[in-house]
Design a binder for this molecule. Structure first.
Ligand SMILES: Nc1nc2c(c(=O)[nH]1)N[C@H]1C(S)=C(S)[C@@H](COP(=O)(O)O)O[C@H]1N2
Ligand SMILES: [Mo]
Length: 194
């Protein structure tokens, strides 16, 4: 996919209308949640054969991978070569039983945040539930203990403080999508608002 491959010239990695930053801005709606790991849960529900819950220990027992990728925020900043480690979204998918006709997912996060993705976007090979950033545990302000990372979409789709996954038979807008952000949010096509 365009943009996910490292290229020699940095500018080829910057989507239209974006500016590079070395900083890591913090952006979210509402108050930052604080969830102790012993009560942390990740709930899978909606169009699945049976709903399922993962505890933190169960999540940590799943396969992991690391990922170096560029991230692009709809407010205009891009950051190159960010290093993440976490559980590939496919590892969750392989452990649930989606019903026939599932086309989209709603990612649920604290506090009352949601974002929608087509199943093929959610299962894109570079998509992961990250618990480490730059070799350290993911900081709470950036979504620790665990956030979604969807590198090929604007960063609002990368829900911080994930709490669950809802399987759906149709698309439905999440928090920002309901407030005018694009349903897909591809930075290379500048799908910012609609
Ligand atoms: N739970 C939650 N996740 C969220 C948000 C939010 O408000 N709540 N904001 C999104 C937006 S708009 C952006 S740009 C990124 C910012 O992530 P950062 O603070 O790590 O840079 O988180 C995304 N994930
Ligand atoms: Mo954002």
């Amino acid at each position: 996919m365009a943009g996910s491959k490292a290229s020699v010239k940095g500018s080829e990695r910057i989507p239209p209308g974006q500016t590079l930053t070395k900083l890591f801005p913090v952006l979210h709606a509402g108050r930052m949640p604080d969830v102790p790991l012993d009560t942390w849960r990740f709930k899978v529900f909606g169009m699945v054969k049976s709903p399922k819950e993962f505890t933190w220990d169960q999540m940590m027992a799943l396969p992991r991978r690391s990922l170096r990728t560029d991230i692009h925020c709809v407010t205009g900043w891009s950051k190159l070569d960010t290093d993440w480690e976490g559980v590939p979204t496919s590892a969750i998918w392989e452990r649930i039983e989606p019903l026939e006709g599932v086309t989209h997912v709603m990612v649920h996060a604290r506090p009352d945040f949601t974002t929608n993705l087509a199943v093929e976007d959610f299962l894109s090979p570079d998509c992961l539930f990250a618990h480490r950033f730059a070799g350290e545990p993911l900081e709470a302000v950036h979504g620790g203990p665990m956030r979604l990372v969807v590198p090929h979409r604007y960063f609002w789709k990368s829900a911080k403080w994930v709490s669950g996954l809802e399987l759906m038979a149709a698309d439905r807008p999440g928090y920002w999508e309901d407030r005018g952000y694009h349903m897909q949010g591809d930075p290379w096509r500048e799908e910012r608002y609609w």
